[in-house]
Design a protein around this ligand. Structure first.
Ligand SMILES: [Zn+2]
Length: 110
């Protein structure tokens, strides 16, 4: 079993037998302004649109879910890359740059 950390420990990839490979990540999800859940999709009390002063709108929800889904995908790719032996060591500067570039690109698209 091996553990590889990236981005100053914000991403932790643990490799073992295939069923135990996993990624722990502290990459920040965007959260619902009402309930604080990253996965809320009009499912909490504050998100139903009854409050006209609420800053909650459908476009915000779509952007948030898209961004969070992008992080899930990024983490999956990193785990797969580590499983294939492409990420050889913790805090590999090349991979840290790759992650930062992807995060920048996601930020620009939201
Ligand atoms: Zn919510």
């Amino acid at each position: 079993m091996a553990t590889i950390t990236l981005l100053g420990g914000k991403v932790e990839l643990t490799l073992g037998w295939s069923e135990t490979n996993r990624v722990e990540s502290a990459l920040e999800r965007e959260v619902c302004p009402s309930c604080g859940s990253p996965y809320c999709c009009f499912s909490c009390d504050g998100s139903q649109g009854s409050d006209e002063n609420s800053a909650y709108d459908e476009e915000d929800v779509a952007d948030r879910l898209k961004f969070n889904g992008g992080l899930d995908t990024l983490e999956g790719i990193l785990l797969a890359a580590a499983c294939e032996g492409l990420i050889a060591e913790s805090e590999d500067p090349k991979w840290n740059r790759i992650i930062e570039t992807v995060l920048d690109a996601m930020g620009n698209n939201v």
